[in-house]
Design a protein around this ligand. Structure first.
Ligand code: SF4
Length: 214
């Protein structure tokens, strides 16, 4: 007997196809964007990740975040180091481990990748404000599900953060949530999908299910 997985709803199929196509385009564009520096997608991803984080990362964390093997991540780090874009140093917490740091030149190179390729930004700019909000919310849900299933690393997004809190009923119309760390209201369009200050909430504290159901 065919399972639901074998015969996806036509709408599910179209959206999954669209996401896959966009993903393939992005990967190809990373090659093009990085071609001036001869960077592979993995190397470009490492630069973008290090720029988005507040500190250095171990090769194992880079591998997990980019969903590649440790040898692949280590090879990419070695190439970036040879290009002067990163440097390796002893981990202060564990002298046997190493951490990967951006050099000044690496930080400059990373700005090419941080906000996504220009052609994607242009495509998103063409959406209305409502469409952008709907897309942001839908992306958060897709990323959450992929993270829950172990297909990608968990996203460091607002609704799973310990600092994400609902506001009082009279304030919710303007901005339903707030960031307790930044002490700032969060409108739907302020949602962050990858925040360097993210601190994962445990199951009891997480606002994910409340946010996702609204
Ligand atoms: S710390 Fe970052 S992820 Fe957490 S609620 Fe504030 S803005 Fe969102």
């Amino acid at each position: 007997m065919a399972s639901r997985r074998d015969t996806p709803d036509p709408l599910v199929r179209q959206i999954a196809f669209g996401l896959t196509t966009v993903g393939l385009s992005l990967r190809a564009d990373t090659w093009r964007t990085g071609s001036g520096r001869n960077l592979s997608p993995t190397q470009a991803g490492i630069l973008a990740l290090l720029a988005a984080r507040t500190g250095p990362l171990r090769p194992s964390a880079l591998a997990a975040s980019l969903a590649v093997s440790l040898p692949t991540a280590s090879d990419a780090v070695g190439t970036l180091e040879a290009k002067g874009l990163v440097r390796r140093a002893r981990d202060l917490q564990d002298g046997r481990a190493t951490t990967v740091h951006l050099t000044d030149e690496g930080r400059r190179a990373a700005t090419e990748f941080e906000s996504g390729p220009a052609f994607v930004q242009d495509a998103v700019r063409a959406l209305s404000a409502d469409e952008r909000g709907t897309l942001l919310r839908a992306l958060a849900k897709v990323m959450y599900t992929l993270g829950e299933r172990g297909e990608t690393p968990p996203a460091r997004m607002c609704p799973t953060c310990v600092f994400f809190a609902p506001r009082a009923a009279r304030q919710r119309r303007a901005a339903p949530y707030r960031c307790r760390l930044l002490d700032a209201p969060l409108a739907a369009s302020d949602l962050r999908l990858d925040c360097s200050e993210h601190d994962p909430a445990d199951a009891d504290e997480s606002q994910w299910h409340r946010w996702a159901a609204e």
